[in-house]
Design a binder for this molecule. Structure first.
Ligand code: TMP
Length: 197
């Protein structure tokens, strides 16, 4: 990305291990003297906090929610991601635009519209998809918190993620393996991309 930094997004269905691995990755990068930042969506900003509340509620219009996810993302890009990339950081985002392209496409049922409202969200340099069966992902969640955490819905989201991965060249990692094995694979992808020894 221009400015010298690098923007990585970690994606996957609920329970795929995104948060664990994003945080570990940032620690690993720091140990290798790479300036790095962990960040996430939904954000802790006003729109992100609203989205977290909405995710626990029923009877939410999925189109309204899709617009808010897109708005939260633009603010995230403008206020956090781009400024840190300019400072030559490796920014690791726990969820980004492919979360909307997968979840909101299934929730709303109109992929072109979901792409359209996210067209200003510039793509990361690298997106890693942690792929896991919903049954396995859901079994890992200790405290259930969103209406998205349903096996049949997540199976559709997973298939959409896999389709997007094929179409847009996301790096797929089998996240059904144990934490160490998955992290090892993430690190080999990162080393290759960032040319770290
Ligand atoms: P989290 O569990 O990663 O904090 O995300 C909260 C929920 O929000 C999760 O079930 C996925 C959902 N989500 C979307 O549906 N679209 C999005 O664009 C994002 C960022 C999250």
């Amino acid at each position: 990305m221009e400015g010298g930094g690098f923007f990585i997004a970690i994606e996957g269905i609920d329970g795929s291990g995104k948060t664990t691995h994003s945080r570990r990755l940032v620690k690993w990068l720091s140990k290798h003297d790479v300036k790095s930042l962990y960040t996430r969506e939904p954000t802790d900003g006003v729109i992100g906090r609203m989205l977290k509340k909405m995710a626990r509620q029923k009877n939410i219009d999925s189109k309204v929610e899709a617009l808010l996810f897109a708005a939260d993302r633009l603010e995230h890009l403008d206020k956090t991601i781009l400024p840190y990339v300019k400072k030559k950081y490796v920014v690791v985002s726990d969820r980004y635009v492919y979360s909307s392209l997968a979840y909101q496409t299934i929730a709303v049922g109109d992929p072109e519209w979901v792409r359209e409202i996210n067209k200003f969200a510039r793509k990361p340099d690298l997106t890693i998809l942690l792929d896991v069966e919903p049954r396995v992902g859901l079994s890992r969640i200790k405290r259930h918190k969103t209406r998205f955490e349903k096996e049949d819905f997540l199976e559709k989201v997973r298939q959409e993620y896999l389709r997007l991965a094929e179409e847009d060249g996301l790096k797929i990692i089998d996240a059904s393996k144990n934490v160490e094995e998955v992290f090892h694979e993430i690190i080999s992808v990162i080393k290759e991309y960032l040319k770290i020894r």
